[in-house]
Design a protein around this ligand. Structure first.
Ligand code: SF4
Length: 310
């Protein structure tokens, strides 16, 4: 993706050549283009409005760092919009300590307050202990469910009315295909651009959903938005890595195919949204924790019970 060509706009040395668009861009014009894309995504999705308090989920990765930097660049001067950093400490020594330090530094540089929520405070467990148990599912299945729950809970606690998550176009292409393969219409419907409205769910916004993973990585390198190593407990399951490889191989042969997958998938998502949308599903408070759930006991409480009984 990096290039030895010249910028199509100004003739300076290019940092990227987009084969799917047939143009090259220098650092300056690439950065302007990234910012324009994020602004357009936010505008089209009606993601931000006056009075919003936005919690920005920070994972230590490139996506969330670029997302925070972009949101501050776009809304930092607006007195009617507040941005707060939000990081989760899953109890993964070393890796997560380092990523929280990186998040603190980033937030300091951007003038944003960082809030940290810990599994040990909310669930009385740490992932370093969970992975030593004889667990039935992948580490990330337990951790992902707890993480989603905690991001939502903590966003409410810090009075955020939006939660920004760093999903990019590659994530979305993978999610669309996986939901299609699994026939998971509920999740497919939720990929649509409309915000979920429920008193207990803080609506999620995805300002990077129109940016490709490789371009976000390039942007973070060009602007020194540091990235911390991968989690040592990562176990992605068997389907996602295959779908990811399949899409990357296709893109290699047919530049632009991921855009088509996402554009077509969004259309299908919009079509099934009314039928399967969250508000229509039968949500009620979980019997154990009171969080909204489509079952009597929510998935997080089921998994926590499973862990306690091991
Ligand atoms: Fe948790 Fe998996 Fe993410 Fe590690 S990679 S923090 S185990 S979800």
């Amino acid at each position: 993706m990096t290039s030895s060509e010249n910028c199509t706009k100004c003739g300076e040395e290019a940092v990227i050549t987009r084969e799917y668009e047939g143009r090259s861009l220098c650092k300056k014009h690439f950065s302007v283009d990234v910012n324009k894309t994020v602004k357009s995504t936010i505008r089209k999705g009606e993601m931000v409005e006056s009075g919003d308090i936005i919690a920005v989920g920070l994972s230590g990765g490139k996506d969330s760092a670029v997302m925070l930097q972009q949101l501050v660049e776009i809304f930092g001067d607006r007195p009617d919009i507040e941005i707060k950093g939000l990081a989760v400490h899953e109890g993964i020594d070393g890796y997560r300590d380092e990523s929280i330090r990186a998040a603190e530094k980033l937030c300091d540089n951007l003038g944003v307050k960082l809030h940290v929520a810990r599994y040990s405070d909310y669930y009385d467990l740490e992932m370093d202990e969970v992975v030593k148990k004889d667990i039935e599912r992948s580490n990330c299945t337990y951790c992902g469910v707890l993480r989603r729950d905690l991001l939502n809970k903590k966003s409410r606690e810090i009075e955020a009315n939006k939660l920004a998550v760093g999903h990019n176009k590659d994530d979305e292409a993978q999610a669309l295909l996986m939901n299609y393969i699994k026939g998971d219409m509920m999740r497919l419907a939720r990929i649509g651009s409309k915000l979920v409205n429920d008193n207990d769910f803080v609506p999620r916004i995805k300002p990077l959903r129109d940016l490709r993973e490789k371009e976000i990585a390039l942007y973070s390198r060009l602007h020194n938005l540091g990235v911390v190593d991968r989690c040592p407990h990562v176990q992605e399951g068997s389907l996602r890595p295959r779908v990811k490889k399949f899409l990357n191989d296709l893109e290699e042969e047919m530049p632009g195919i991921k855009d088509q997958v996402v554009a077509n998938g969004r259309e299908i998502s919009d079509l099934v949204e009314d039928e399967y949308s969250f508000e229509d599903s039968d949500l009620s408070p979980c019997e154990k924790c009171g969080e909204p759930s489509s079952n009597e006991v929510c998935r997080k409480c089921q998994l926590l019970e499973e862990l306690q009984n091991m």
